[in-house]
Design a protein around this ligand. Sequence first.
Ligand code: PBG
Length: 343
Amino acid sequence: MEQTRRPRRLRRDGVRGLVSETSLDPSDLIAPVFVDATAEERVAIESMPGHERVPLSEAVARVEEVLATGVEAVMVFGIPESKDERGSRAWASDGVVQEAVRRITAETDAYVITDVCLCEYTEHGHCGVLTSDARERWEALGSDPSPEGDAGAGEGLTVQNDETLELLARTAVSHAEAGADMVAPSAMADGQVGAIRGALDDAGYGDLPVMAYAVKYESAFYGPFRDAADGAPSFGDRRHYQMDPANRREAMTEAGLDVEEGADVLMVKPALPYLDVVADVRREFDLPVAAYNVSGEYAMLHAADEKGWLDVEAAAHESLLSIKRAGADLILTYFAEDLAPRL
Ligand code: PBG
């Protein structure tokens, strides 16, 4: 058989790199860091090998470690010293994220992004103000909250949308006041980007960009993060505010609304199980697209590596390459520090 077309010709060393369609650069990556107001020393996060919750006194050192690998941006998550029904430590000017951001921006050149949500700050672990019905269910559980997916699961609305917007807006402004370079609302409240954009503009932060967790699915892949940030719902689940994994067209509605409301960057989360959605958002919109390679995507590769079933570094590199190939411009990933020096 005559073979004129032989794709193998371009797969040899020397030419392989020249024809490579996708590249990964440390400047594409954002490293999540966890700052814990209750910790006195660094605490390893068991389900995320290599990651730690650090006390405030170590926040700068933690970010310097990230910068030393060539990664230039961090996403700061906070574990507050106390929680209440509305999550008031989320917008406190002396809250854990605000204090961490103040120190990090004063002492490093990192580009600092903050996650704007309430689930780490509310006693019930939901991303906003409870509905009266959900409040009753929660109170009935008393001191014995059942694990996620148990009591109250799928029993209707848990979080009041519009009452939550004001709290998210306050939180975003407090992060801006502390010196954040960008805010990233992740509560999946309808209208959150518009509410935050308006509040930032009114407070004089018209230049501060918003990275919208535009398309955030109700995913089993957040498990390790909820351990890490202590943000699991103490009853019910997040089904009525996060997206149904079955839906692809709805992602365009979500992203479109965030564009109208003033988002500067559109995020899809998780990443690997939703590469079709990353590609759709890339095709449909002109804004930069971010993808969040979440905690479960990180944990599963480490777990398989520990069993000797695959090589975590090679698998991580391939994962990130795939996320870029699908159309992401930036990637939030717990692999950032490990991979950056090798790129
Ligand atoms: C806060 C938030 C979550 C994640 C990022 N921001 C948890 C959630 O929505 O349950 C998950 C990140 C990860 O799994 O790595 N709402």
